[in-house]
Design a protein around this ligand. Structure first.
Ligand code: FES
Length: 353
């Protein structure tokens, strides 16, 4: 059996009827992509039959035929020759796109409810040794997640909870301890941390350090301050800290990422990853998940249909589901980012119009 034909180097977004059965073309020869029209006869390929789930309305079916999760796109198209196309930021069309001037406090407002949040322009709320601000919330347009920035130095922070949410932390700077319902975990910059629903959280920085932590809660949640530490640590999920490990990187064309917190340690609806984007501008694309991206280093622009906003280290980009966008890295060394996708488990799945 030879290789399948690349019918199109990107997935197909299809509307499906819950409970209905479909036949996905695996050979790439069908004229009715992404579905089978019988053209596989004699090729050794066979269509893959699948039934849309009760909640399914839109699915991303593989168009490149190189997925290992047929019929669904698994991001394999981003590693094909010609996959993950780039865009010219100096094309005549792009030159007409202005740098955004609309702001709402620390937020530069792009198309849809996409924005770039600059914490250096935000008012941090004090609570004991803790300072914090919301960067993603329902009021700012999020449907699936809340995100906060927290900084603690000196004494330990108050004890807090985000109720029934799954919570993921990213340690942006410093070293210290995250205590989860009585269990203490040493952490350092670039670690990802997972906290189960209903567990309590307390942060403390090592002597002479400021611990800077990005806090993500899904579904949308708000902080509840507790009088004392809880003891409901969920021992079924004992691994809570995921460090950066270059051996765990996944290539995505010229980009790469490493998944930090995900379903492997218990987080079923949110996936956190750390990644690198070389100097380039990705072709405009969309995702079926909501995404928040923390810029760790470098500079560039976040582009939407008719606007672009400057991004720099420390900024957080909020992307609603299906928002057309493109992140451009202008620094010679590119941009390092941490992202959280929700709901979703594979940050390499994108689609193009
Ligand atoms: S289109 Fe084939 S893996 Fe995405």
């Amino acid at each position: 059996m030879s290789s399948p034909v690349v019918a199109r180097p990107k997935p197909c977004l299809v509307n499906v009827k819950p409970g209905r059965t479909y036949f996905w073309c695996s050979c790439g020869r069908s004229a009715k992509q992404p579905f089978c029209d019988g053209s596989h006869k004699g090729t050794g390929f066979a269509p893959i039959e699948f039934t849309a789930g009760a909640q399914d309305e839109e699915l991303l079916l593989c168009g490149c035929k190189h997925t290992r999760s047929g019929p669904f796109c698994d991001g394999a198209h981003t590693n094909l020759p010609g996959g993950s196309p780039l865009d010219d930021p100096l094309s005549p069309q792009n030159r007409d796109i202005p740098v955004v001037t609309e702001r709402d406090g620390p937020r530069a407002l792009l198309n849809g409810s996409c924005y770039v949040f600059s914490p250096r322009l935000a008012a941090m709320q004090p609570r004991g040794s803790l300072r914090y601000c919301y960067m993603v919330s329902a009021e700012m347009g999020s449907l699936y997640q809340a995100q906060l920035l927290m900084e603690v130095s000196g004494a330990t922070s108050p004890v807090m909870s985000l109720g029934s949410c799954d919570v993921i932390l990213f340690v942006g700077a410093g070293a210290g301890t995250v205590t989860i319902s009585g269990r203490a975990f040493p952490v350092k910059a670039t670690d990802g941390v997972y906290i189960r629903p209903s567990e309590a959280i307390q942060l403390s920085a090592d002597v002479g350090q400021t611990l800077k932590v990005f806090v993500l809660a899904c579904p949308l949640g708000e902080i509840t301050w507790l009088d004392e530490m809880l003891t409901n640590f969920d021992s079924q999920y004992g691994q809570r800290v995921v460090p950066v490990d270059p051996d765990q990187r996944t290539a995505m064309g010229p980009r790469y990422f490493q998944v930090l917190v995900d379903k492997r340690i218990g987080s079923k609806v949110i996936t956190q990853f750390i990644g690198h984007i070389p100097r380039s501008k990705a072709a405009p694309h969309r995702h079926l998940y909501e995404e928040a991206i923390i810029v760790l280093s470098g500079e560039g622009y976040m582009w939407t249909e008719e606007k672009k906003a400057r991004v720099a280290a420390g900024d957080v980009i909020f992307l609603p589901r299906k928002q057309l966008h493109s992140l451009e890295a202008t620094s010679a060394d590119g941009i390092d980012v941490v992202g959280v996708i929700c709901p979703g488990d594979n940050p390499s799945i994108n689609y193009y119009d």
